[in-house]
Design a binder for this molecule. Structure first.
Ligand code: SF4
Length: 67
C-alpha cells in the first residue's frame, strides 16, 4: 500500500503558517518562521488534511508524493 510523504520546500515557503494551523500534527515552525514537516510519512488519518494544506499553500511549497 502506498504511503504518502510530505516535505516543505524551504526555498518557496514564506512562513504564512497556514499549513501549521491546518495540520499541527505534521507541520511545525522553525526558528526562521518557516514550516517543515515533522514526520515526512503521513499517517492515513491525516492524508486528506495534508492534501488540503498542499492545495492551500499560497507559495506551492508543499510537495506530496505517494510511494
Ligand atoms: S502554507 Fe506554505 S508558505 Fe505557508 S508556512 Fe506552510 S508551507 Fe510555508
Amino acid at each position: 500500500m502506498p504511503m504518502m510523504h510530505v516535505r516543505v520546500n524551504p526555498e518557496k515557503c514564506q512562513g504564512h503558517a497556514r499549513c501549521i494551523a491546518a495540520v499541527p500534527e505534521i507541520f511545525e515552525e522553525d526558528e526562521q518562521g518557516h514550516s517543515f514537516a515533522r514526520d515526512e510519512q503521513v499517517p492515513a488519518d491525516l492524508v486528506d488534511a495534508v492534501r488540503l494544506a498542499e492545495q492551500n499553500c499560497p507559495e506551492l511549497a508543499i510537495d506530496v508524493t505517494d510511494d
